[in-house]
Design a protein around this ligand. Structure first.
Ligand SMILES: Cc1ncc(COP(=O)(O)O)c(C=O)c1O
Length: 443
């Protein structure tokens, strides 16, 4: 740890040095193999070490490495946008490319503001989002993120933000039960807009399917039709964050398909090029850009690495693989298999819920199954589960702090090429580790 010149995010341990990765397996310097059951932070979709992707990147870098986004376009970026628009909701047919998810989120927030300005709505600048959401760690994206543990140290630095309760039925904020609740949490958006002053609200930002902060929560069927109607009524733009659940992860190309929702903007990242290079995107409708064009001519924004042809070449190769190998359908089918296998964990006295869809699943833990009381945060149950599974050679993702400051879950999001026997291996490892970590944990 002390002799590394790298400033790592983890300061409390020496990280293993990864030397190679193929399929769903990562190998470290000691020769240990890890089954990547979370695709890192739910990012790797077509699998590690795909030579088609590496070759596409090398070909692009050798032929045309870089041009600046406002000076040139490239065939690679043009083709990628066209291919994405084929799979995207009808409302989305233009794509602005950036490097990371948080950058794309902030791009979408700024685009929303400029669309409102172009509409003559200069008072609208505020974004409403949800508690227990994750939209990124840079200050603008963090202001929208609803994860207190990540926000709290930086609150004085964050632009003001408004959050509403998430559609999290297990611990409903209103103590109601679906469907009698009539989706009370969706109507919270209408209240927030009216209370805060509708002429000040620019956009509502939400993860279509909730991800890493709360763990694979799938909103009720009716949720987004109510949300869309409220946004339309109040002139508020709807931005759906598909950084995690997009690009096939939920078993359809985009999470929006499960709800037939047509957002004003859609944010992509992670699986957009499966982890091969930093790439994210904001998708929006051409009519919004026409408005900007008429108003001040351009989008006031800019990054050195936006619209990067090498990152786009990787994404194009990933889209090719997803289509050619029918991997989105595979994510749907294997997701059903994984969900069934995980369902057997639901009987465990400390498992509160197994939830998810496609290749995006979570297991939430509880101290007491009757009351659903979370474990005290000091017990660090999610961290212990993650560490014990890593020790057993299985990589998962931790979700922490979604139940009144406490709350523990682990998430699975394997590459879509994983085999059934490897999924069985993951579920068996979780069963073994559950016994070790949670034995006598209720006391
Ligand atoms: C839903 C969602 N939005 C945005 C982000 C931010 O992406 P990045 O880490 O690439 O900035 C993430 C990252 O986990 C995410 O899950």
């Amino acid at each position: 740890m002390d002799n590394s010149f790298v400033f790592h995010r983890r300061l409390d341990r020496t990280l293993p040095t990864a030397v190679s990765a193929k399929g769903v397996w990562i190998t470290d310097q000691e020769g240990r193999r890890y089954l990547d059951a979370s695709g890192g932070p739910i990012c790797v979709n077509v699998g590690h070490g795909r030579l088609e992707v590496a070759e596409a990147m090398a070909e692009q870098a050798g032929r045309l490495d870089y041009v600046h986004g406002p000076m040139f376009t490239t065939e690679t970026v043009e083709t990628l946008a066209k291919r994405l628009s084929f799979h995207a909701p009808l409302s989305i047919d233009r794509f602005y490319f950036c490097s990371s998810g948080c950058e794309a989120i902030e791009t979408a927030m700024k685009l929303a503001r400029q669309i409102q300005l172009a509409r003559g709505e200069s008072g609208r600048y505020r974004v409403i989002s949800r508690w227990h959401s994750y939209h990124g760690s840079t200050l603008g994206a963090l202001s929208a993120t609803g994860k207190p543990g990540m926000r709290n140290p930086f609150i004085p630095m964050l632009p003001p933000s408004i959050h509403i309760p998430p559609p999290y039925c297990l611990r409903c904020h209103y103590h109601l039960t679906y469907p009698q609740c009539q989706i009370r949490c969706a109507h919270a958006l209408d209240e927030a807009i009216r209370l805060e002053g509708k002429n000040t609200i620019s956009a509502f930002l939400a993860e279509t399917i909730l991800g890493s902060t709360i763990g694979a929560v799938v909103p009720p069927r009716e949720y987004y039709s109510i949300i869309s109607a409220i946004c339309r009524e109040h002139g508020v733009l709807l931005i759906l964050d598909e950084v995690m659940c997009g690009m096939g992860r939920s078993g359809t190309w985009f999470g929006t398909e499960h709800y037939h929702v047509e957002p004003d903007m859609m944010v992509l990242g992670k699986g957009l090029n499966g982890g091969y290079a930093p790439l994210s995107a904001v998708g929006c409708g051409g009519s919004h850009l026409d408005l900007l064009r008429k108003n001040n001519g351009n989008f006031i924004h800019g990054h050195t690495f936006s619209h990067h042809p090498v990152a786009a070449a990787a994404a194009l190769a990933v889209v090719d693989i997803l289509e050619k190998d029918d991997l989105v359908r595979r994510a749907y089918e294997l997701g059903g298999y994984l969900g069934n296998a995980l369902a057997s964990l639901s009987d465990h006295p400390h498992v509160a819920e197994v939830r998810g869809m496609g290749m995006m699943w979570a297991i939430e833990f509880t101290k007491d199954k009757e009351t659903l009381a979370p474990f005290p945060r000091e017990r660090k149950i999610a961290e212990k589960m993650f560490d014990a599974l890593m020790e057993a050679g299985v990589i998962t993702y931790k979700c922490i702090g979604f139940a009144e400051g406490a709350g523990d879950a682990i998430m699975l999001g394997p590459p879509f090429i994983i085999k059934r026997r490897e999924l069985d291996q993951v579920v068996d490892a979780i069963k073994g580790v559950l016994e070790k970590v949670l034995k006598g944990a209720g006391s």
